[in-house]
Structures are given as structure tokens and as C-alpha cells.
Design a protein around this ligand. Structure first.
Ligand code: ROI
Length: 273
């Protein structure tokens, strides 16, 4: 992808753990590497189709001076969230915060932190079979879309489905969301667990009834086989309650493990049942 770089913008500000740093201040430097498609601006010669780097430099300076963090980690994290929220053309960002005057008491050239954040498309399956399921799923998608780290792009309709699995239980209400997020898969999962817990979710019977279930089905083209997270969802191809709403909003969403899109998986499952 194309890249615009702001190299070592000098900002005098007051971040630091020590009182002295907060009161006296010191010089920081910010490097922002912005990944975006500059082709639309390139062929039209129109600034509104790109990022105004002058405006962004002033914006970064203002942000760094109006906020006061203990850690450069917090300064970088919050600044990156701000840049990604304010500049919709920017798809990804490498942000470096340098602190060459840090109170270390030893000779050193510089200290810095670089973080990488990028918007990724992801699909979330929603399910509920306890309580007012429609309201529970509506509340969950509202909380998801309200997170600054997430943009809700599409929402399927809800469908009533027979319980999948061996446990005898009420029918489920299921749906699916297409989102864009700069949460990592792990942080997205933690965020979804928090919403499940707020809905009163308990994990008692395995594959049993639940007030709210939020599963990451796909996250970009990432394949993750971790201790606590598996992406793509390892059983999505067997679950019509996932594939049906997914196909409604994104029939061409691609499962990189099975090397098939949602529509193909749904058609294959229809052949089996
Ligand atoms: N079955 C259906 N139909 N819908 C679900 O959301 C659902 N979720 C589950 C199990 C219990 C496996 N079965 C389901 O977790």
C-alpha cells in the first residue's frame, strides 16, 4: 500500500511518570507512517481524497500537548486511535514516539516506541436462546458499534434456528456482523467476552443455553491457532446458523483455511443435510 510519512515532528509536551516531567515538560518527536491508497488523490490532484499532512502535524501537536500520559505507550496508543478515527482514508499506521530527553541519568541517544495499528475486516456471529434474545442481540451490536476501535459495516437480519449440537434446548436467535477494527484478534475477543459477561452470560453447560454468544468467525485473512483463540472459527462450515446470516451480508467472505468462501461453504452444507 502507498505510504505518507511525517518524520520526527518535534513537540514540546508533558508526558512522563515523574512529577518533574509533567510540570517542566520536554521535547518529544513523533513519526507517523500512514498507509493508504493515494491513487484517487493522484489522478484527481484533489487534497480531500488524501491526508493533509500539514493539518495532521498540527493535529498531532495539539493532541500531544492537550493530553498528559505517564507512559509513551499510552501517548502512542491514544494518538494512534485519534489519527485512525479522524482520517478515514488511512488503513494502517506505524507510529513512533521518541523521547530523547528521558530522565535516565546515563548517556543515551534516544528512546522510542513504535506501534502498528491497522483496520481489518472481521465477521462476528451473534447467538442467544435465553431471555429477550432480540433485545440482547440488539444491545450487543450497539455496544460493538459504539467502540471507537470498531466500525460496524453491515448487520444481517436475525434468524430463528434449531439448536445445533447434542444438548436439548430452546431455539436460538442468530445473526452476523461485518465490522472493521484495529483491535488485535485477542483484544477483540476480550472485548466480546466483556459484552457477553455484561449480558449475564455464564459458562455452565458446554454447548448449552446462553444469553449471549459472540464468536469471531473470520478476521481478515488471518489464521490463528492459539490456546484461547482459533480463527477462522473451526466449525463454521458445519453451522448453518453461522453461514446463513454470513451469506446474507458477505457471501464472498473467504475462509483461508478451507480456501472457500461463505457461499460455497453454505452450498456444501446444504448438500450434506
Ligand atoms: N445452535 C444454534 N442454532 N445457534 C447457536 O447460536 C448455537 N450456539 C451454540 C451451540 C450450543 C453449539 N448451538 C447453537 O454454541
Amino acid at each position: 500500500m502507498d505510504k505518507i510519512t511525517i518524520d520526527k515532528l518535534k513537540v514540546f509536551c508533558n508526558h512522563g511518570v515523574y512529577e518533574e516531567e509533567k510540570s517542566v515538560g520536554q521535547n518529544f518527536y513523533v513519526t507517523a507512517e500512514l498507509y493508504l491508497d493515494t491513487y484517487p488523490a493522484g489522478i484527481s490532484d484533489d487534497l480531500s481524497k488524501s491526508v493533509n499532512y500539514a493539518g495532521l502535524c498540527h493535529d498531532i501537536t495539539r493532541f500531544m500537548q492537550e493530553n498528559c500520559y505517564n507512559l509513551i505507550e499510552a501517548a502512542a496508543e491514544n494518538l494512534s486511535a485519534h489519527i485512525l478515527a479522524e482520517n478515514t482514508a488511512v488503513r494502517a499506521l506505524d507510529l513512533t514516539v521518541y523521547k530523547p530527553e528521558a530522565p535516565i541519568g546515563l548517556p543515551f541517544k534516544n528512546v522510542s516506541l513504535t506501534i502498528h495499528r491497522e483496520w481489518q475486516k472481521a465477521y462476528i456471529a451473534l447467538g442467544s436462546n435465553i431471555g429477550d434474545s432480540r433485545l440482547i442481540l440488539d444491545n450487543a451490536s450497539e455496544k460493538i458499534s459504539a467502540a471507537p476501535e470498531i466500525r460496524l459495516l453491515k448487520k444481517s437480519s436475525y434468524i430463528l434456528t434449531k439448536p445445533y449440537g447434542e444438548v436439548e434446548q430452546e431455539d436460538f436467535l442468530n445473526g452476523c456482523l461485518e465490522i472493521e477494527t484495529y483491535f488485535s484478534p485477542q483484544h477483540l475477543l476480550e472485548f466480546l467476552h466483556k459484552i457477553e459477561n455484561e449480558a449475564g452470560r455464564t459458562r455452565e453447560i458446554h454447548w448449552g443455553p446462553r444469553t449471549l454468544d459472540l464468536d469471531i468467525i473470520l478476521y481478515g485473512d488471518k489464521i490463528i491457532n492459539g490456546e484461547f483463540i482459533t480463527v477462522p472459527h473451526q466449525d463454521m462450515h458445519n453451522r448453518m446458523f453461522v453461514l446463513e446470516p454470513l451469506c446474507e451480508i458477505a457471501p464472498y467472505a473467504y475462509n483461508p483455511v478451507l480456501a472457500k468462501n461463505a457461499l460455497t461453504l453454505k452450498n456444501e452444507l446444504l448438500q450434506k443435510v
